[in-house]
Design a binder for this molecule. Sequence first.
Ligand code: ADP
Ligand code: MG
Length: 600
Amino acid sequence: MPRIALLEEAVINKIAAGEVVERPSLVVKELVENAIDAGADIITIEIKDGGFQLIRVTDNGYGIEAEEVRNAFLRHATSKIRYAEDLQTVESLGFRGEALSSIAAVSQTEVITKTKEKLMGVRYVIEGGREQRMEAIGCPEGTTFLVRNLFFNTPARRKFMKTPQTEAGYIGDMIQYLALSHENICFKYIHNGQLKLQTSGNGNRKEAIYSIFGRDIAGNLCLVEEVQAIKDGFLHITGFCGKPVITRGNRNLEIYFVNGRYIKNNVITEAIEDAYRPYMMTRKYPFTALYLELPLYLVDINVHPSKLEAQFGNREVIYQLVEHAISHALSKKELIPEVFVEKKHSLEVFQEQKLIEEKQDIGILSEKDSFSDRSFFDGVPFIKEESETVALKPYQEELFEMPFLCKEAKKQHKIIGQLFSTYWLIEFHDKLFILDQHAAHEKVLYERNLAAFYKKEKLYSQLLIVPVIVSLSMTEQQILKENLSFLQKFGFEIEPFGGNEYAIHAVPADMMDLADQELFLEFLQALIKGQKTPEFILEKMAMISCKGAVKGKKELKKEEVIALLDELLTLKQPYHCPHGRPTIISISKYEIEKKFKRIV
Ligand code: ADP
Ligand code: MG
């Protein structure tokens, strides 16, 4: 066990100064990280009143020697680094030696700790930074921190805090991240006497995700795994990313860890969102739990007081790694959402199960009956067979299933026909696939247009029989002059028509039914705002493809649909239109039979 020593002045000055315990969630973070650094594999966190009243963190780590306890509370006392050079290679979560002193300064803190070698432990009480008591005490190996009445002596700071509920939410998030990045540690989090989170610590990441986020997310994950060699080391990314059916209206579930640390970083966020762009509607965000292992010299975590941000030595390399790994993971899966005729909310299922058990208890429901009642259990459905024996529905192994969109499968497609002049019903193996003709065609056009655009070809344009004349302001004329070739790439042909007027001779193909100059003026407006970004191009391309695609409520011939499917097969990401809506969904034969009560 390393000794605790005061850092030298020179080292202290190198450490980013800052307040580490600004709010209860950061106190929890520091205490739990200390427990992790102490090698604990069971950590219990108990909070009262959003952490303002009490934070208790108990671990079974290696403890603190009795004679070292006082030192631990001195500013810049740490056992984790010694010299400035160590900052370059630090692998522990803590290293600044300022958490305990800062926490003790603004609360009533108590620590009870014992190392393996000692028979007795020690209890140390320190309030507002002043030692109150130090005594021997019998206790198990490990350390318990109790932090009471946080900010009791800094009422001004307490006033700026959010409500206890909000703080409890931050604490919950913080513990989620710590638990996700330490799948070998069993975490237990209790708030106001209620168990909020518990992980098994059995080393299985997917199971940790299940314990924290539940089945909806854990059941819809793609495996991410990639290694990249660079000049002097390796970049490693592993973990999971959610299928695009899992979306949120904010970035809270875009979770990633760099060398075991939960951080926020623009480069990684951008790479994640770019990889998901073809699959997701705008302003929708995915679930990820990514674990990046990078050479230490590439990462600087000493830029933020709570180490919640990091800077990278080589942003481009990190971006490529993340973007590529996720794109790869998503494109490996056939992402056709399966729809269920009937899906019960888990609470409903739980309540019904309770009811069945209660009925059984009082003898009004036989064991046999209960199975048919349970047939709705989504995930473990029971099938009642002729002989009244009960069998589990065989789970479809995604890996061995032939994808719907591949050349081999296409020979076996049985096209049944068109529904509501918009959808196509196709039978394949034991599923009914439903194709949205508009969304599918839109995706085909989009990929075609994008490919042409990036190959520096011009998009197909369509000559107008009668040119459309538009009058432009001075700014618009200037922007037009500067961006003429850019607009030509999209398929516009424009010429001066005298004075302030310009003639539009051609527009992007299939845009004829778009009201005259509308699209052109929209382009100009966006260019004036300086939006010549890749997002702008993608968005406009999506719009052009959408307008150009065959509409719903239009009779199509079977041959046209076959041709459409042929094109879909060639796309890298055929399952979503550029706006993120699915192009195909499926319903299993099993679901249909259940609905007809052939299976109960
Ligand atoms: P840092 O973690 O940056 O070293 P802290 O102020 O958080 O600084 O902790 C100071 C020292 O106290 C640590 O370096 C460690 O030696 C000791 N310590 C704190 N918490 C624990 C714990 N739960 N178990 C064992 N040692 C601990
Ligand atoms: Mg620490």
